[in-house]
Write a protein that binds this ligand. Structure first.
Ligand SMILES: NC(=O)c1ccc[n+]([C@@H]2O[C@H](COP(=O)([O-])OP(=O)(O)OC[C@H]3O[C@@H](n4cnc5c(N)ncnc54)[C@H](OP(=O)(O)O)[C@@H]3O)[C@@H](O)[C@H]2O)c1
Length: 253
């Protein structure tokens, strides 16, 4: 897929990996619709896009709210007329506790953002992409840490959603493709919570250790890998997982 001139929706674009993705898409000539809940931070992402000569639009939304997700899609189509790529990057990892102590509400919040929120975006953009017989959906994978079952279960569900969706698209002979992205450990607000809080240090000590050893990825690495994946995207690759370590020559025809 040629990135230039494409319209891309990035969720979770208010910081971390989502901001890097948004900037990289814009740098490659895409029109980027940035979605997350915190308006100020979202507008900062768009400001950075515009400073570098790109095109961006901030649409604040909670992805677990169906009417707000519909609004994101509506505004995207009003402004740009098309949706070429959806990057389901928004994620939540607020519940850090073992199962016997976990707050069920917070646990369910993590499942909901990671799984249901991503499903809502997919459900809204897919009919549009299927009608055009073109488009790429990318879902963000995540780890399976002890002490993070809400997050892990949400991401496990999203992995299954990705796998089965790619099969469904093949059955209806659609050219729409779906990928899973796997970033490795990246220093962001999400992982800072694991490194800094007592619960994080107790249950996910590997995050702090990795920070201390400097064994972390930069958000820009996953952003660049995403552009590489999109450049070679084709229906036969649907369902694949990629990340900063992917050797894209293996995916060549
Ligand atoms: N960092 C890592 O090491 C790592 C590793 C593997 C996978 N990931 C995945 O990468 C993705 C990005 O994470 P990150 O590390 O960049 O963390 P982050 O900085 O905490 O970013 C999470 C993003 O999700 C947004 N978000 C959370 N709940 C939302 C909701 N209900 N509606 C809309 N947006 C929501 C946040 O924005 P608002 O708060 O403004 O809404 C924020 O922009 C996540 O899916 C995460 O699971 C990260």
């Amino acid at each position: 897929m040629e990135i230039k001139g494409r319209t891309v929706i990035v969720t979770g674009a208010s910081g971390g990996i989502g901001r890097a993705l948004s900037l990289e898409f814009a740098k490659n000539g895409a029109r980027v619709v940035c979605c997350a809940r915190r308006r100020n931070r979202l507008e900062k992402t768009v400001e950075l896009i515009k400073e570098s000569g790109g095109v961006g639009l901030a649409v604040p939304a909670d992805i677990t709210d169906r009417s707000q997700v519909r609004q994101v899609v509506r505004e995207t189509l009003e402004h740009f007329g098309v949706i070429d790529v959806l990057f389901n990057n928004a994620g939540s990892f607020r519940s850090i506790a073992p199962v016997h102590e976990v707050d069920p509400e917070l646990w369910w919040h993590d499942v909901t953002v990671n799984l249901y929120g991503s499903l809502l975006l997919i459900r809204e953009v897919l009919p549009h992409m299927i009608a055009r017989d073109e488009g790429v959906i990318i879902n963000m994978n995540g780890g399976r840490p002890v002490g993070g079952t809400g997050y892990a279960c949400g991401k496990a569900g999203l992995r299954e959603l990705t796998r089965i969706l790619s099969q469904e698209l093949k059955i209806i002979k659609s050219s729409v493709v779906v990928f899973a992205a796997s970033p490795g450990l990246v220093r962001t607000e999400m992982t800072e919570l694991q490194a800094r809080t007592p619960a994080g240090q107790k249950w996910i000590p590997s995050t702090r250790e990795a920070f201390e050893l400097g064994k972390v990825r930069k958000p820009e690495e996953i952003a660049r890998a995403t552009i590489s994946m999109l450049k070679i995207a084709r229906p036969e690759l649907s369902g694949k997982t990629y990340g900063p370590d992917t050797d894209f020559s293996e995916f060549s025809p």
